[in-house]
Design a protein around this ligand. Structure first.
Ligand SMILES: NC(=O)c1ccc[n+]([C@@H]2O[C@H](COP(=O)([O-])OP(=O)(O)OC[C@H]3O[C@@H](n4cnc5c(N)ncnc54)[C@H](O)[C@@H]3O)[C@@H](O)[C@H]2O)c1
Ligand SMILES: [Zn+2]
Length: 367
């Protein structure tokens, strides 16, 4: 078990990572000063697979906890589910001193976190993330929110959790495609901040994909630490935090052009990183050797659904709509070296558009 700290002064919190920590959740949370039972907001699938362990641990420390079950799937990250959570909170007679425990992947964390940010103008909450993506990414940093018909994550709030408990043991049951999807985000973390993490993934890839407990714990700790450090330096994405968007500018556009069905988020980010590597090579930001090495690692980490059937104009339009694009000024993250991401301003739209056409047309093969 490893404990990391997200340093945000009076709102600092711990991230506890390890195989089997779920069974110790009650004790861990008591030590964090929690005295009453939480209202649990849980994904239905995760509850079926791992609920007994968590509920038992919480019962030991706090007695029985009220439970709000939410249906499985990104399409339920909406205002209807949010209303259902508020309703469950009122039924449980929750008040300003109550707290929520979010149990599931990124969807559960985002919506339960947003409920916590807004119920009675904000109550405490704890994240118990159960996908690789949520353990290394969405549970840390305080971004919460829901999707609306106009787009994904367009309504939300910054609300930091009081603690994060990431049990790498639950990744045992995660579908393979979800594991790979999370792994691409881990690779992203290494690419922007830690060459040793990239070296580790390169060396231990078979162990990671076979869910070797030590290997999983290693990558979750390493990637979560990177996210925690970057968030601590720039909580509200004024500057440095933008490097976490490496692969996300083009990635988001590819994800949207695939109607959020063809690609998982991580797969789209993998394509986004490949595109950023290709375009970065054209701009001369990163050398051929390092570019080639990261391309090979991404390709080795998992099979990606093809992009050559996407319409480049469609991808381009989604790119221009991205809220992170920043008022017409095209900003993108590139690597100065492996392990060092940096934000570049003033990218020329026509040249990026031409590159994108070639990239998608050749299904990412730039040679
Ligand atoms: N807040 C942030 O900073 C942030 C960052 C990145 C992504 N996100 C959000 O996170 C969401 C994606 O998260 P996700 O990839 O975790 O998706 P998810 O929450 O939908 O989980 C993916 C699937 O895995 C299943 N699952 C979860 N844990 C499991 C386990 N241990 N065993 C078996 N099955 C399990 C779920 O039931 C679900 O079907 C998106 O909505 C995205 O917008 C938020
Ligand atoms: Zn992401």
């Amino acid at each position: 078990m490893k404990t990391l700290t997200v340093n945000l002064k009076e709102r600092s919190y711990r991230v506890i990572v390890g195989g089997g920590v779920l069974a110790r959740a009650g004790k861990i949370l008591s030590r964090h000063g929690f005295r009453t039972a939480p209202v649990i907001v849980a994904n239905s699938t995760v509850l079926r697979l791992h609920g007994d362990g968590l509920l038992g641990a919480l019962r030991g420390a706090f007695g029985p906890s009220p439970l709000i079950r939410i249906p499985d799937g990104e399409r339920y990250k909406n205002h209807q589910t949010l209303l259902k959570i508020y309703d469950g909170l009122f039924r449980a007679r929750a008040d300003r001193r109550s707290w929520i425990l979010a149990f599931g992947g990124g969807v559960t964390g985002d919506i339960a976190g947003f409920a916590a940010a807004t119920f009675m103008r904000g109550i405490r909450f704890v994240m118990v993330p159960t996908t690789l993506l949520s353990q290394v990414d969405s549970s840390i940093g305080g971004k919460t929110g829901i999707n609306v018909p106009q787009g994904k994550n367009l309504v939300g709030a910054f609300h930091q959790p009081s603690a994060v408990i990431a049990d790498t043991g639950v990744l045992e049951t995660l579908p393979g495609r979800q594991l790979q999807s999370g792994l691409f985000e881990v690779i992203k973390c290494g690419a922007i901040r830690s060459r040793p993490l990239l070296d580790y993934i390169d060396r231990r890839l078979p162990d990671i994909l076979n869910r070797h407990p030590g290997a999983l714990e290693h990558i979750v700790v390493a990637a979560a630490r990177i996210k925690a450090d970057v968030v601590a330096l720039d909580e509200t994405e004024g500057g440095l935090r933008m490097i976490l968007n490496y692969g996300h500018t083009i990635g988001h556009a590819i994800e949207a052009a695939g109607c959020y069905r063809r690609f998982t988020h991580g797969e789209a980010v993998a394509w986004g990183m490949l595109a950023a590597l290709g375009y970065g090579r054209e701009l001369g930001v990163l050398g051929a050797k390092e570019t080639g090495r990261l391309i090979r690692l991404i390709q080795k980490a998992g099979r990606l659904p093809a992009v050559d059937r996407l319409e480049p104009d469609e991808v381009w339009r989604s790119l221009l709509r991205d809220k992170k694009f920043g008022g017409g000024d095209i900003r993108m993250v590139f690597l100065r070296s492996l392990g060092e991401g940096a934000v570049f301003n003033g990218i020329e739209a026509p040249s990026l558009r031409r590159f994108l056409g070639r990239f998608l047309g050749g299904n990412g093969d730039l040679d």
